[in-house]
Write a protein that binds this ligand. Sequence first.
Ligand code: MN
Length: 375
Amino acid sequence: MSDLLPDGSEFGLRGYLPERGVRRRIGLAPAKGEIDRNAPYKRIATEEAWSFPELVEAQVSLFKSGRASDDGALAMASMFANMPDLQDLLFDLGERRIAHMDEFGIDRQLLLLTSPGVQVLEPEEGTRLARKANDIAAEACARYPDRFSALAAFQPQDVDGAVAEIERAMKELNFNGAVLNSHWKGRYLDEPEFDPILAALEANDAALYIHPTSPWYTKPYKDRGMIGALGGFPHDVWIHTMGLILSGAFDKYPNLRLVIGHMGECMPLHLYRFDWMQSNADGVPGMRGGQPAVTLKHPISYYFKKNIWITTSGEGWEPAIKFCMDVLGPDRVLYAMDYPYQQSRDEVAAYDCLDISPEHKKMLMQENAERVFRL
Ligand code: MN
């Protein structure tokens, strides 16, 4: 591994291999500690990234064609393609990944096709590569049934293809849910056209993980070095999540389930104000290109406690974890690492040292994931 790692600072990736020589500011990161090798829980990491060469080639070729030059998410894919050390880690679903899991004490990874995934491609090609991605992930799960589980990729631009692929992945490949890398071309699942996808997720009991991508309009972020975790990522998932709630999706599909990473992308901190300000959107006609008014059956906070789970990917920070367990419930917070973007022995050790009850820690590290993803 080269010490001269590519600089992905625009996307918050400068520290993606923190223990292999990349300088970073430590700030609130955990102090050095030891991983408990006899922990009374399994560590199930629920937002672990992977990719494959054909997808990256398709993304780069579309980017170079200039046909989608406005798309910040496609630009991000092309930047990732220029980071060979990172690509090597993403492509490996074998011994190297397992060795890293062993090193960090991770019992199982839930595999998510990394951002921006197939959804930045043309509709048909996206569905073709979603099928291919799901076949590759299924094969990895079959090779390492005790170490890997997977979420299904799909191409939302091709609604019929997406529905068929969610169904195939859940029924034939025994997948554990689905993953969407937030917006595509500035569009979101709350728009009426995509309703069949929500119906298919609920009908197949597939929890949908909404993972960040670069915002569609990146200029204000790019100008400030904030495209990734410093702003663009959480803001876009916020639009997607709140958009789904305010569209009435969870009143229409009460068993629809969402999983939001990175400590719920900040939203749990705002539940009080969401409820206070709900009338700004509730009952207002003309949203989403002229739709009739939607009046929610419940306060916004209700949906965060009934339909939404959050993970701690990249946020192994005790006060934030305790706050979310307190306001959402200890059954709604799941451990995630965010391999290979963020990985650190110290962070895993910090989870072992968390000042919470043994019961809640086992829920955080293991049992909540087993329940939400039907592992
Ligand atoms: Mn991630």
